[in-house]
Design a protein around this ligand. Sequence first.
Ligand SMILES: C[S@@+](CC[C@H](N)C(=O)[O-])C[C@H]1O[C@@H](n2cnc3c(N)ncnc32)[C@H](O)[C@@H]1O
Length: 526
Amino acid sequence: MLYTEASRILQNVQEKKASVKNLVLSSKYKNKKQLFALVCETLKYKPILVKILENTKLQKREKILKSDGLALVLVYDFLLGKGLIRANFKFKNAISKHKSALQSELARLKVKAGIILPRYIRVNTLKTSVKDVIDHFKKEGFLQQHITSPSYESYISTVRSLAKNHFLLDIHIPELLAFGAGTDLHDHVLYKSGEIIFQDKASCIPGYVLAPPPGSEVMDCCAAPGNKTSQLAAMMQNKGKLHAFDKDPKRTATMVTMLLRSGVLCASCENIDFLRCDPESPKYKDVEYILVDPSCSGSGIVNRLNDMTDDAMSTAASRLDGLGRIQLSILVHAMTFPKVKKLVYSTCSVHQRENESVVNRALQLTGDHFKLIMVMKELPSRGKELSEPSNGFFQAKKCLRMDPVSDLTNGFFVAMFEKRKHVTDSVKDIVEQSGAKDFIHFVSKETHVKEKTECLKSPKQINSHGHDMDISENGQTNGRKQKVKGKKNKLQVIKQRVVEKTNLKPPELKSRNKKKQKRKHRPVTG
Ligand SMILES: C[S@@+](CC[C@H](N)C(=O)[O-])C[C@H]1O[C@@H](n2cnc3c(N)ncnc32)[C@H](O)[C@@H]1O
């Protein structure tokens, strides 16, 4: 029923009869969340699924798959979704007979798009040593490869040619091993015991360059599921204090489990919104190192097959601007912690709006209190200059970009800041004067309301309590709709106040400085 219903909806969407949302809501299928997700994901991957169907001639071979919609949803779920666990025998059989043809066609298309990455593992030095792990793999028959010359080209070509049972000790990150693409170590004893951690090379760089020494006090603002947190703890040799925050309760719980398995003892995990965390609190008065790795569009992540899909949603300018606003508030908020001296900002996005633009604005909003530090100058992919940097001194080249084609990692961005030594004013005052504090306050509220609204709009919430709900025409429950309306009104009031006080609409803060200098600051509350 799920697959036939999803197929019917796909067909209707194709014929432009109605929107996915309306078709799902009017469907008789009970689990709207499941149906909505299946249709949306199939649509997202449609271009690659169509190619797979054409090249394997599946529809000609299996009469049951004559309908395009049904073939698409089944192949999607088999290759990229939940693996047809909800399908009946007829459907499962029709697809699994062609398992190897389908899988190799998917792999072939990935290779063609040049997006096959090696399998990177980070050795967890809290539990073992690089030497012991290498010896372990060698004993199991894996072959260690070595680069033939110290050049980056030689390194990349060695990584590119790694076979499944080959591995290389990375030349940049000392605890990192690269294995040939397709090496599956999920059942490996070292993974299960937390001695090795799956972590893309690019994602190891923020922690590596932040390099908190043992005994230091560190903050990981957006920490779950905790890969970078455990790396930071390893660099600190479990000595010192590591505050790990995440606002998502489920992800925080996953992080706690993951950190326990990794032998992390110096971290305290809190399920909180970092924007509501008070920099003046005595709890954080000694924090000197901060990692800011906020939510982003994920457009750099290769496994999502972004290059091969029509993922217009993820790149819509308005969505990127929204993300950029949140990322900027988190970064600037982190900069206001009184003792911070080194700060790293990272995303797995390829968009300037989430990367260089955020860095540029953060520098602007915090006066000359922070300077950009060159991130790993030995790596060739650098930040991209903005066409219109809003201040003169922004040097994008100091930031690092990692690129799937030239660096064999996910697309990634890293910027590093250092607090200037000569500054005497507190960054908090500067941020208040520049209007950024009002802005952060606004974004925090806006995100909160948006999240509530999104929850209501999504079919997930319609069914989430497991009982029939009073679904109105547009799919929202009447009582909950009222509540959101109330929250939205409240947000409008806050926005109005920010606009009145700052004479601009968040996030356009450029002219704020001049105007603010003429007036005395009155912080916005509420
Ligand atoms: C890119 S992920 C972090 C990945 C993590 N650093 C790692 O390496 O495993 C971003 C995380 O930020 C969290 N997040 C987003 N906004 C936040 C906020 N205002 N306060 C705390 N956590 C936040 C999200 O819940 C998400 O888990």
